[in-house]
Write a protein that binds this ligand. Sequence first.
Ligand code: DGL
Length: 274
Amino acid sequence: MNAADATRSIGVFDSGVGGLTVLKALQAEMPHERLVYLGDTARLPYGTKSPASIARYACQATALLQQRDIKMLVVACNTASAVALDALREQMQPLPVIGVVVPGATAAVTAKPGGRHLVLATEATVRLGAYRAAIHSLDPQAAVDELACELLVSLAEEGWNDGAIGEAIVQRYLEELPDAARRPDSVILGCTHFPLLRDTFRAVFDDGVAIVDSANTTARAARELLAELGIARDDDADGDLTLLATDGATRFARVGGQFLGRDLTWKDIEVVDL
Ligand code: DGL
Protein backbone atom coordinates (compact mmCIF):
# COMPACT_ATOMS: atom_id res chain seq x y z
CA MET A 1 0.00 0.00 0.00
CA ASN A 2 1.29 3.48 -0.73
CA ALA A 3 1.06 6.61 1.39
CA ALA A 4 -1.92 7.92 -0.61
CA ASP A 5 -4.05 5.12 0.85
CA ALA A 6 -4.09 6.91 4.20
CA THR A 7 -6.33 9.67 2.81
CA ARG A 8 -9.02 7.22 1.72
CA SER A 9 -12.18 6.53 3.75
CA ILE A 10 -13.08 3.76 6.15
CA GLY A 11 -16.20 1.97 4.89
CA VAL A 12 -18.75 0.90 7.50
CA PHE A 13 -21.93 -1.03 6.86
CA ASP A 14 -24.90 -2.45 8.69
CA SER A 15 -28.31 -3.74 7.71
CA GLY A 16 -29.76 -0.44 8.96
CA VAL A 17 -29.13 2.26 11.51
CA GLY A 18 -27.86 -0.04 14.30
CA GLY A 19 -24.28 0.11 13.06
CA LEU A 20 -24.28 3.82 13.85
CA THR A 21 -23.46 2.78 17.44
CA VAL A 22 -20.17 1.44 16.04
CA LEU A 23 -19.74 4.44 13.75
CA LYS A 24 -20.03 6.77 16.73
CA ALA A 25 -17.25 4.87 18.52
CA LEU A 26 -15.10 4.98 15.36
CA GLN A 27 -15.55 8.78 15.17
CA ALA A 28 -14.58 9.17 18.83
CA GLU A 29 -11.52 6.92 18.45
CA MET A 30 -10.36 8.40 15.11
CA PRO A 31 -11.80 11.93 14.71
CA HIS A 32 -9.44 12.69 11.81
CA GLU A 33 -10.58 9.79 9.60
CA ARG A 34 -13.07 10.00 6.72
CA LEU A 35 -15.98 7.59 7.23
CA VAL A 36 -18.58 6.38 4.75
CA TYR A 37 -21.51 4.52 6.31
CA LEU A 38 -24.01 2.39 4.40
CA GLY A 39 -27.26 1.21 6.01
CA ASP A 40 -29.05 -1.41 3.90
CA THR A 41 -32.41 -0.17 5.16
CA ALA A 42 -34.31 -1.54 2.16
CA ARG A 43 -33.52 -5.09 3.27
CA LEU A 44 -33.47 -4.80 7.08
CA PRO A 45 -33.67 -7.06 9.04
CA TYR A 46 -30.87 -9.40 8.04
CA GLY A 47 -31.25 -11.42 11.24
CA THR A 48 -34.27 -13.45 10.10
CA LYS A 49 -32.93 -14.18 6.58
CA SER A 50 -31.08 -17.28 5.35
CA PRO A 51 -27.27 -17.32 5.45
CA ALA A 52 -27.20 -17.30 1.62
CA SER A 53 -29.28 -14.10 1.43
CA ILE A 54 -27.32 -12.41 4.23
CA ALA A 55 -24.01 -13.22 2.51
CA ARG A 56 -25.29 -11.93 -0.85
CA TYR A 57 -26.54 -8.67 0.72
CA ALA A 58 -23.28 -8.18 2.61
CA CYS A 59 -21.18 -8.73 -0.53
CA GLN A 60 -23.33 -6.25 -2.47
CA ALA A 61 -23.05 -3.62 0.27
CA THR A 62 -19.28 -4.13 0.32
CA ALA A 63 -19.06 -3.79 -3.47
CA LEU A 64 -20.77 -0.42 -3.26
CA LEU A 65 -18.34 0.76 -0.59
CA GLN A 66 -15.41 -0.49 -2.68
CA GLN A 67 -16.60 1.84 -5.45
CA ARG A 68 -16.15 4.66 -2.92
CA ASP A 69 -12.46 3.77 -2.74
CA ILE A 70 -12.27 2.67 0.89
CA LYS A 71 -9.05 1.58 2.61
CA MET A 72 -10.70 -0.61 5.27
CA LEU A 73 -14.12 -2.22 5.86
CA VAL A 74 -15.81 -2.34 9.26
CA VAL A 75 -18.74 -4.78 9.25
CA ALA A 76 -20.87 -3.01 11.87
CA CYS A 77 -23.50 -5.74 11.85
CA ASN A 78 -23.25 -8.82 14.03
CA THR A 79 -25.39 -10.88 11.67
CA ALA A 80 -23.25 -10.08 8.61
CA SER A 81 -20.07 -10.57 10.68
CA ALA A 82 -21.30 -13.99 11.86
CA VAL A 83 -22.35 -15.17 8.40
CA ALA A 84 -20.11 -13.51 5.83
CA LEU A 85 -16.81 -12.28 7.29
CA ASP A 86 -14.65 -14.75 5.34
CA ALA A 87 -16.39 -13.94 2.05
CA LEU A 88 -15.98 -10.22 2.69
CA ARG A 89 -12.27 -10.63 3.51
CA GLU A 90 -11.84 -12.43 0.20
CA GLN A 91 -13.71 -9.70 -1.65
CA MET A 92 -11.72 -6.89 -0.01
CA GLN A 93 -8.26 -8.43 -0.44
CA PRO A 94 -5.63 -7.09 0.20
CA LEU A 95 -7.46 -4.46 2.26
CA PRO A 96 -8.37 -5.13 5.92
CA VAL A 97 -11.82 -6.12 7.22
CA ILE A 98 -12.96 -5.98 10.85
CA GLY A 99 -16.18 -7.56 12.13
CA VAL A 100 -17.89 -6.92 15.46
CA VAL A 101 -18.19 -10.44 16.91
CA VAL A 102 -14.59 -10.99 18.06
CA PRO A 103 -14.33 -7.44 19.55
CA GLY A 104 -17.63 -8.03 21.42
CA ALA A 105 -16.41 -11.37 22.74
CA THR A 106 -13.13 -9.73 23.78
CA ALA A 107 -15.00 -7.05 25.72
CA ALA A 108 -16.99 -9.72 27.59
CA VAL A 109 -14.11 -12.02 28.54
CA THR A 110 -12.05 -9.00 29.62
CA ALA A 111 -14.89 -7.78 31.86
CA LYS A 112 -15.66 -11.24 33.35
CA PRO A 113 -12.84 -13.76 32.84
CA GLY A 114 -14.01 -17.35 33.32
CA GLY A 115 -17.56 -16.05 33.66
CA ARG A 116 -20.99 -16.97 32.39
CA HIS A 117 -21.99 -14.87 29.39
CA LEU A 118 -25.46 -14.33 27.97
CA VAL A 119 -25.43 -13.31 24.29
CA LEU A 120 -28.51 -11.42 23.07
CA ALA A 121 -28.54 -11.34 19.27
CA THR A 122 -30.53 -12.02 16.11
CA GLU A 123 -31.75 -15.45 15.05
CA ALA A 124 -29.00 -15.83 12.44
CA THR A 125 -26.18 -14.86 14.83
CA VAL A 126 -27.47 -17.28 17.47
CA ARG A 127 -28.02 -20.09 14.96
CA LEU A 128 -24.40 -19.87 13.82
CA GLY A 129 -23.03 -19.83 17.39
CA ALA A 130 -20.59 -17.11 16.36
CA TYR A 131 -20.20 -15.60 19.83
CA ARG A 132 -19.92 -19.00 21.50
CA ALA A 133 -16.99 -19.89 19.21
CA ALA A 134 -15.30 -16.49 19.63
CA ILE A 135 -15.64 -16.54 23.45
CA HIS A 136 -14.35 -20.10 23.78
CA SER A 137 -11.34 -19.37 21.59
CA LEU A 138 -10.46 -16.48 23.95
CA ASP A 139 -11.49 -18.11 27.26
CA PRO A 140 -12.09 -21.88 27.19
CA GLN A 141 -13.38 -21.79 30.81
CA ALA A 142 -16.25 -19.42 29.99
CA ALA A 143 -19.90 -20.55 29.91
CA VAL A 144 -22.03 -19.16 27.10
CA ASP A 145 -25.80 -18.96 26.62
CA GLU A 146 -27.32 -17.41 23.51
CA LEU A 147 -30.78 -15.97 23.03
CA ALA A 148 -32.38 -14.64 19.85
CA CYS A 149 -34.38 -11.46 20.57
CA GLU A 150 -35.72 -10.26 17.22
CA LEU A 151 -38.38 -7.95 18.69
CA LEU A 152 -35.68 -5.81 20.28
CA VAL A 153 -34.48 -4.72 16.83
CA SER A 154 -37.92 -3.22 16.13
CA LEU A 155 -37.98 -1.63 19.58
CA ALA A 156 -34.69 0.15 18.93
CA GLU A 157 -35.78 1.15 15.42
CA GLU A 158 -38.89 2.66 16.98
CA GLY A 159 -36.82 4.60 19.50
CA TRP A 160 -38.51 2.96 22.51
CA ASN A 161 -35.23 2.74 24.33
CA ASP A 162 -36.41 2.51 27.92
CA GLY A 163 -39.54 1.89 29.97
CA ALA A 164 -41.97 -0.85 30.89
CA ILE A 165 -42.64 -2.20 27.38
CA GLY A 166 -39.00 -2.96 26.62
CA GLU A 167 -38.41 -4.42 30.08
CA ALA A 168 -41.44 -6.72 29.70
CA ILE A 169 -40.20 -7.92 26.29
CA VAL A 170 -36.72 -8.68 27.66
CA GLN A 171 -38.27 -10.53 30.64
CA ARG A 172 -40.45 -12.55 28.26
CA TYR A 173 -37.41 -13.60 26.21
CA LEU A 174 -35.51 -14.54 29.38
CA GLU A 175 -38.30 -16.98 30.30
CA GLU A 176 -36.99 -19.16 27.47
CA LEU A 177 -33.73 -19.74 29.37
CA PRO A 178 -32.91 -22.13 32.21
CA ASP A 179 -32.57 -20.43 35.61
CA ALA A 180 -28.76 -20.33 35.70
CA ALA A 181 -28.56 -18.62 32.32
CA ARG A 182 -30.83 -15.84 33.60
CA ARG A 183 -28.15 -14.92 36.14
CA PRO A 184 -25.11 -14.24 33.92
CA ASP A 185 -21.91 -12.41 34.80
CA SER A 186 -22.08 -10.50 31.53
CA VAL A 187 -24.78 -9.70 29.00
CA ILE A 188 -23.33 -9.27 25.51
CA LEU A 189 -25.32 -6.97 23.26
CA GLY A 190 -24.64 -9.07 20.16
CA CYS A 191 -26.70 -6.91 17.84
CA THR A 192 -25.66 -3.39 16.90
CA HIS A 193 -29.17 -2.10 17.66
CA PHE A 194 -29.12 -3.19 21.27
CA PRO A 195 -26.74 -0.60 22.82
CA LEU A 196 -29.56 1.88 22.32
CA LEU A 197 -31.62 -0.19 24.80
CA ARG A 198 -28.91 -0.14 27.46
CA ASP A 199 -31.22 1.50 30.05
CA THR A 200 -33.75 -1.28 29.50
CA PHE A 201 -31.13 -3.99 30.07
CA ARG A 202 -29.76 -2.12 33.08
CA ALA A 203 -33.24 -2.12 34.63
CA VAL A 204 -33.69 -5.86 34.06
CA PHE A 205 -30.30 -7.23 35.16
CA ASP A 206 -28.66 -6.90 38.59
CA ASP A 207 -26.08 -4.16 39.13
CA GLY A 208 -23.16 -6.61 39.21
CA VAL A 209 -23.89 -7.85 35.67
CA ALA A 210 -21.55 -6.31 33.06
CA ILE A 211 -23.45 -5.14 29.98
CA VAL A 212 -21.01 -5.08 27.09
CA ASP A 213 -21.14 -4.32 23.39
CA SER A 214 -18.70 -4.32 20.49
CA ALA A 215 -18.54 -0.63 19.65
CA ASN A 216 -15.50 0.56 21.62
CA THR A 217 -13.43 -2.61 21.19
CA THR A 218 -14.15 -2.60 17.43
CA ALA A 219 -13.11 1.05 17.12
CA ARG A 220 -9.89 0.41 19.05
CA ALA A 221 -9.09 -2.64 16.89
CA ALA A 222 -9.69 -0.56 13.73
CA ARG A 223 -7.38 2.24 14.90
CA GLU A 224 -4.63 -0.20 15.84
CA LEU A 225 -4.88 -2.04 12.52
CA LEU A 226 -4.68 1.16 10.47
CA ALA A 227 -1.61 2.24 12.45
CA GLU A 228 0.00 -1.18 12.02
CA LEU A 229 -0.58 -1.06 8.25
CA GLY A 230 0.70 2.52 8.04
CA ILE A 231 -2.56 3.83 6.53
CA ALA A 232 -3.91 5.95 9.39
CA ARG A 233 -4.76 9.52 8.38
CA ASP A 234 -2.67 12.37 9.80
CA ASP A 235 -3.81 13.49 13.27
CA ASP A 236 -4.21 17.09 12.12
CA ALA A 237 -6.62 16.21 9.26
CA ASP A 238 -10.35 16.96 9.59
CA GLY A 239 -12.54 13.89 9.61
CA ASP A 240 -15.80 13.72 7.69
CA LEU A 241 -18.83 11.48 7.34
CA THR A 242 -20.91 10.37 4.36
CA LEU A 243 -24.19 8.61 5.16
CA LEU A 244 -25.73 6.26 2.59
CA ALA A 245 -28.93 4.21 2.81
CA THR A 246 -30.76 1.93 0.41
CA ASP A 247 -34.20 3.28 1.36
CA GLY A 248 -36.06 5.81 3.47
CA ALA A 249 -33.83 8.85 3.96
CA THR A 250 -36.38 10.53 6.25
CA ARG A 251 -36.73 7.54 8.55
CA PHE A 252 -32.97 6.94 8.51
CA ALA A 253 -32.42 10.56 9.54
CA ARG A 254 -34.99 10.40 12.37
CA VAL A 255 -33.85 7.10 13.87
CA GLY A 256 -30.18 7.50 12.94
CA GLY A 257 -30.09 10.88 14.69
CA GLN A 258 -31.00 9.10 17.94
CA PHE A 259 -28.19 6.61 17.46
CA LEU A 260 -25.64 9.34 16.68
CA GLY A 261 -26.99 11.70 19.32
CA ARG A 262 -27.43 14.62 16.89
CA ASP A 263 -30.08 15.98 14.54
CA LEU A 264 -30.08 14.68 10.97
CA THR A 265 -32.40 15.53 8.08
CA TRP A 266 -33.15 13.54 4.93
CA LYS A 267 -30.74 15.86 3.10
CA ASP A 268 -27.86 14.35 5.10
CA ILE A 269 -28.58 10.89 3.65
CA GLU A 270 -27.74 9.81 0.10
CA VAL A 271 -30.07 7.06 -1.10
CA VAL A 272 -28.23 4.42 -3.17
CA ASP A 273 -29.19 1.27 -5.04
CA LEU A 274 -27.16 -1.92 -4.64
N1 DGL B 1 -27.67 -4.91 12.81
C1 DGL B 1 -28.04 -6.30 12.95
C2 DGL B 1 -27.03 -7.03 13.83
O1 DGL B 1 -26.14 -6.42 14.42
C3 DGL B 1 -29.42 -6.44 13.58
C4 DGL B 1 -30.56 -6.02 12.70
C5 DGL B 1 -30.89 -7.00 11.61
O2 DGL B 1 -31.43 -8.09 11.89
O3 DGL B 1 -30.62 -6.68 10.46
O4 DGL B 1 -27.09 -8.22 13.93
